[in-house]
Every structure is written in C-alpha cells, then in structure tokens.
Design a protein around this ligand. Structure first.
Ligand code: SF4
Ligand code: SF4
Length: 376
C-alpha cells in the first residue's frame, strides 16, 4: 500500500468508501454484514487505514455496518470519516443530535475526519447561515477531541466552492471532490483543484471511476490505453491519473465485493503516475467520451444579457451536459432545485436571441427544450 503524508499522519492512498457496500438480494438498505467484515479484514491486513461512511449511505445502515466491522480492530489502527448530512435541509438544525447519533452508530468516541457533506447550490446558504451554528458546533467538537480533522465534500460548481472557501476555508483541512479524467475538464475539476491549492487544502477523491463508467471502457476507448501500457488494467488508469496529481492524498473507492477490493489494492500497491504523453492521452479519451453528448459552451456569457427570461445559460448548459453524460444522476436535479422556477430550462421561450450572439453557434433553445423534457 502506498501511504501519503497528511499533517502528522500517514494515510493509505486508497480509502474504502462505504456507499456501495455488498447488500442482500439487491436491497440497498440491507447491507451484507458478513461480506463487509470479510472485505474490511482483507483491506486492514493489506494496509488500508482510511474508511469513509455517511449518515445517508445505505439508508443509514452504512455507519452501522462499518462501525460493527471496525470495532474488532484497535481504535488507533484505522481512520474513520463521517459527514454532516446537509444535503437534506431538514437536518440543518439538528447538528448536535445527528453527531451524537453517528458516534453511537459507528461505535467510536471520535471521528478522525468529519465533513460538511455535499456542499452545493442547494445548501450553501444554509451551510453558511450562522443561525444553524453548524461550523461553531463542529469546531467545538474539534476542540473537545471528538473530531480530529474537519473538511467538506463538494458537488457544487466553482462559484459554490469559492463562496464556501471564502467563508470557511481557514477552518477546512481537506476537501473531497468528484475527480477523474472525465471531470478534469467536464466538471471543471482542474480549476477546483487549483483553487484548493491556493488555500493549501489537499484533495480527497470520490467517484474516481465515475460510477464505474471508467472501469467499463468500450474496446475502442480502451485500445489507446492498452497500447501505452499493455500490463495496466482499464480501471487502474483512472487511479494512475489521480496518482499524478500532487495534491491528491486519499482516493476513495466504493467497493462492493472482495474481488473489487483485491483489484483496487493491487493497483495501490505501486505508485505509477502518468507520463506527460499518457496524461494527455487519458484527457483526450475523457473529452472523446463526453464529446458527442456535450455542448461546447465556453462560458463566455455573451448570450446572458440577450436572454429576455434572464436565464443563466452557461450554468444551465453545464448541468445539461452533466445530465446527458451521466444519463440522469443526482447532480443536475440537485443544482436545479436551488434555482427559482422562472430561471429553470422550462422558462425558455425559444426566442433564440442567445443563439444569434453565441460564438460557438450552439443550439441553445433546443438544448433547453430537451433538458426540460429529460427532467420530467
Ligand atoms: S432561446 Fe431561451 S435561453 Fe435563449 S434567449 Fe431565448 S429564452 Fe433565453
Ligand atoms: S454565448 Fe454560447 S458559448 Fe458563450 S456562454 Fe452563451 S452558450 Fe456558452
């Protein structure tokens, strides 16, 4: 196992994400405890010391399952991460109640890492609202030794990340981002990583395989990679990409069975960052994968002042691209839920004033209509 330095700790570069644990009869809320314990035993014996759970994973049963699995090991032999579930606004005034329950569910006295979960367009106002006192409460727990390191995960676009960092950046020790060779350009991750570097905040990676898509390349997609490194497995390329980014410390992989656990551990037994040529090749592949579906909006914003409906066209197109490439998913609906009805894609009246000034000649009105239909 490769280890990465974080302050005075040595963290395994691969962390076990507990959002896709093995389940019984395909039921997401019924975690297969015996299988989890087998995976944890394998991971622990092969050097994985980072485990990441959350209030909402497996309908609340992920915390119970990983707590039960880890209680067999000395507390100082693993690092456990949990998160405050602010993706649900009804939780905002329950930080103390939820935090206490999480400690009990996980059978621990403290969390090594604790995160504001999923900072995004929908919850940024509430997360920053002093009336909920979430930051103050978590800082208090840190002072009491019940949180060792405080951070946040973020699915929001760049303006949200900037706002959160301007307000809370001084208190944040790490940031968990969806990061992979597709999203490096597709979701603007390059700029996000650079901004975090300005704050000296290291990156924890989630969705390294983009929900498994990067482990299942077509023969055509994978051919160029096979030529460059015949011995490397297809999923390993996604991890090698991350090993090339200096500020990445922990990469979380949501492991669903022992075979995946073994394969991931094999990849992380060696550090093999990409050469410049390999780096360009995976980014080109990422662009090719999103290319046919994506509208190439450069966010120049020329169109915005021409829209009689006042729509934020580039932001909506970015969400449209995300929604199409992912085949749905939660990110676009979540971001749209924070936008008033009169600013949604459905508010487009098809006047095409925007198209008259778009230097990329994008068919914006068609995209808005298609997005509206897809969201129904
Ligand atoms: S076509 Fe739609 S998005 Fe474009 S300017 Fe008209 S209302 Fe706005
Ligand atoms: S003018 Fe075209 S490229 Fe520029 S922001 Fe609008 S849609 Fe995007």
């Amino acid at each position: 196992m490769i280890y990465k330095a974080f302050q005075d700790l040595k963290l395994s570069a691969l962390g076990m994400g507990c959002m896709r644990l093995p389940v019984v009869d395909g039921k997401d809320d019924q975690v297969n405890q015996a299988a989890v314990e087998e995976m944890v035993a394998y991971a622990m014996s092969h050097g994985v010391n980072y485990y990441d759970t959350a209030w909402g994973y497996h309908s609340g049963n992920s915390e119970l399952a990983i707590g039960k699995a880890l209680v067999a090991y000395p507390r100082e032999s693993f690092y456990l991460a949990d998160k405050f579930p602010g993706y649900d606004l009804s939780n905002m005034d329950k930080v103390a109640e939820i935090f206490e329950a999480q400690l009990k569910k996980c059978q621990v006295e403290y969390f090594d890492f604790y995160l504001f979960h999923n900072v995004c367009e929908m919850n940024i106002d509430a997360y920053l609202d002093p009336k909920y006192g979430i930051l103050d409460y978590l800082l208090e727990q840190k002072k009491n030794g019940r949180i060792k390191h405080l951070g946040f995960s973020c699915h929001g676009a760049m303006p949200v990340l900037k706002r959160f960092l301007e307000a809370y950046g001084a208190h944040m020790e790490f940031c968990q981002l969806q990061l992979n060779y597709v999203d490096w350009t597709f979701q603007g991750c390059k700029e996000k990583v650079e901004l975090l570097e300005e704050y000296h905040i290291p990156v924890w990676v989630m969705e390294p395989l983009r929900g498994g898509r990067l482990a299942r390349l077509t023969e055509g997609e994978g051919a160029v990679l096979k030529e460059l490194r015949p011995q490397e497995s297809i999923p390993a390329w996604a991890f090698r990409f991350l090993q090339t980014i200096p500020s990445v410390v922990v990469t979380l992989s949501g492991m669903s069975d022992l075979e995946q656990t073994k394969a991931n551990l094999e990849t992380f037994s060696t550090e093999a960052p990409l050469s410049d040529m390999e780096w360009e090749a995976v980014l080109a592949l990422g662009r090719r994968m999103t290319g046919p579906a994506a509208l190439a909006c450069t966010a120049c914003r020329y169109c915005v002042s021409h829209c009689p409906q006042g729509l934020d066209i580039p932001d909506l197109l970015a969400l449209y691209n995300e929604h199409r490439f992912t085949g749905g998913g939660f990110i676009a609906p979540m971001a749209l839920s924070a936008i008033p009805k009169e600013k949604q894609p459905s508010a487009c009246i098809g006047c095409r004033s925007c198209e008259a000034v778009c230097p990329q000649q994008l068919k914006i009105s068609e995209a808005m209509a298609d997005f509206t239909a897809r969201l129904k």
